[in-house]
Design a protein around this ligand. Structure first.
Ligand SMILES: Nc1ncnc2c1ncn2[C@@H]1O[C@H](COP(=O)(O)OP(=O)(O)O)[C@@H](O)[C@H]1O
Ligand SMILES: [Mg+2]
Length: 458
């Protein structure tokens, strides 16, 4: 059948001519009347031509077109359509092919949209991703992957994974996935310009429908921040233990001596005073730790109420004045009258007290400590400035860290826990404010706190 449909019209004309010739020879044997014979052959030729032309235009040509359209569809050109004005069952064939082409076209558009969506998802996930086939060639890496490891997608796709990924943990993970055909996990560290980044790699085998291993998908998580937090937590626990150990050891030592019978009354009293001071220090430390832990709790909420500055100062200034007098420090309060704002009263007291006690502790005798408070429509600002020992530039960024002290012995002598500024910073931040510090060694230090007057208003 196929050769029949693939022949051009001229070939059919030739066949008709041969047929007319053939029948002409047979008719020539039957009749001597040549005029009749020629007329008969002419009529036969015309009838055959008409029949042929009808068959060609209504069947053969449309089928040729349909075959051509199907060929185009097979090649993936889903926009190909059958165009012909034929009637009958051939029209049906054309229409059905067109319907099939339309469905294929819609299907391919949907597939394209799905592929694009998938690619968008893959490129926007926050973990690096790589797809490797069973021979080890990389088929896909996402945007995050190139951000983590550098270079562009073209530097990875199409290459063998062990040629473009240098880390041995990656090689081992892939090899173990291929060997055991199971999910594998590992972690590694990368040294980038200036800093070290930690990664977790999770790999999974990819199987086809016959359950034959076809490759592996690797996911890379940047766990640097997690590691840093873990280290901070470990440091914190170590610091707390250390801070608790010092006063407890001292209390134990003096209590032990007291238990011995031959201590005289005066020594007893001295030792009891030391035990009392150390217990007080322990108490302050535990209070500070509890405050910090509460502030860090996710559902911590402020007890916001309207507060008059005069009220706040009345509850703090006498205590500070007393400390200042003790060291003959000139304590100056420069405040605007009649300021009031919304805040957590107790927390606010703690902020000012911590800053002022620090200022007095780290200022030698006869120095000056100045508290300034001023406000505008939106904010209230506090400045605590002293003429004390100051803080070296390299220590400045760290003084808000828990337990960070420039001079440990000095801090302990002043009764400090090393947590005061960490607490201040936390309180200021939960109020939506900020704190800044400027300092010059041997010149003095200035802390500036700025808070919104309505902390809950966004
Ligand atoms: N006004 C200040 N002048 C000089 N150094 C200060 C001042 N305030 C804080 N510091 C430094 O910052 C460290 C941390 O302060 P803080 O958290 O209050 O702990 P501490 O309990 O030691 O006072 C102090 O140990 C001290 O070294
Ligand atoms: Mg302090």
């Amino acid at each position: 059948m196929k050769p029949l449909f693939s022949k051009p019209l001229s070939s059919y004309t030739l066949i008709i001519l041969l047929l007319v010739g053939g029948t002409g020879i047979i008719h020539g044997l039957l009749t001597e009347n040549y005029i009749f014979l020629i007329a008969l052959q002419c009529i036969e030729f015309i009838i055959l031509i008409l029949v042929m032309s009808h068959v060609y235009h209504h069947y053969i040509h449309p089928i040729q077109k349909s075959v051509h359209t199907v060929d185009e569809l097979v090649k993936g050109n889903y926009r190909a359509r059958v165009h012909h004005p034929a009637q009958g069952s051939i029209t049906d064939l054309g229409n059905k092919i067109n319907m099939l082409a339309r469905s294929l076209s819609e299907f391919s558009i949907q597939e394209e949209v799905k592929a694009k969506q998938l690619l968008t998802v893959i490129n926007n996930i926050d973990s690096g991703l790589a797809l490797i086939d069973e021979k080890g060639y990389i088929h896909l890496v996402n945007r995050k992957f190139t951000q983590l490891f550098g270079d562009t997608m073209n530097d990875y796709v199409g290459y063998l994974y062990y040629e473009v990924m240098e880390t041995s943990a990656i090689h081992e993970t892939v090899q173990r996935i291929f060997l055991y055909e199971k999910n594998m996990k590992d972690h590694f560290t990368l040294q980038t310009a200036g800093d070290q980044r930690h990664f977790e790699i999770v790999g999974a085998p990819v199987f086809n429908e016959k359950n034959i291993l076809k490759g592996a998908v690797l996911v890379f998580y940047d766990i640097t921040e997690y590691k840093r937090l873990e280290l901070m937590r470990k440091d914190f626990v170590a610091n707390v233990s250390h801070e608790l150990k010092t006063p407890v050891t001292s209390i134990m030592g003096f209590a032990e001596t007291l238990l011995e019978d031959d201590t005289d009354e005066e020594t007893k009293r001295r030792f009891l005073e030391i035990i009392y001071t150390e217990s007080k220090h322990l108490r302050v430390l535990i209070d500070d730790l509890l405050t910090l832990s509460k502030l860090e709790h996710a559902d911590y909420h402020l007890n916001v109420e309207q507060l008059k500055l005069s009220e706040l100062l009345d509850s703090i200034v006498p205590v500070i004045q007393h400390l200042a007098d003790h060291k003959q420090i000139n304590f100056i309060c420069e405040v605007e009258e009649n300021i009031s704002w919304y805040t957590d009263r107790e927390k606010m007291k703690q902020v000012l007290k911590n800053l002022l006690v620090n200022a007095i502790s780290y200022t030698p005798e006869k120095g000056t400590v100045r508290l300034r408070v001023f406000s505008n429509q939106e904010h209230i600002s506090f400045e605590v400035k002293d003429t004390g020992i100051g803080i070296a530039e390299e220590d400045l960024p760290r003084i808000f860290e828990r337990f960070y002290r420039v001079d440990k012995a000095r801090s302990r002598n002043t009764g400090g826990t090393g947590l005061g500024l960490a607490i201040v910073k936390h309180i200021v931040e939960v109020h939506g404010g900020n704190i800044r510090v400027e300092s010059d060694v041997d010149e003095g230090t200035s802390f500036q706190v700025m808070l919104p007057k309505h902390p809950n208003r966004k």
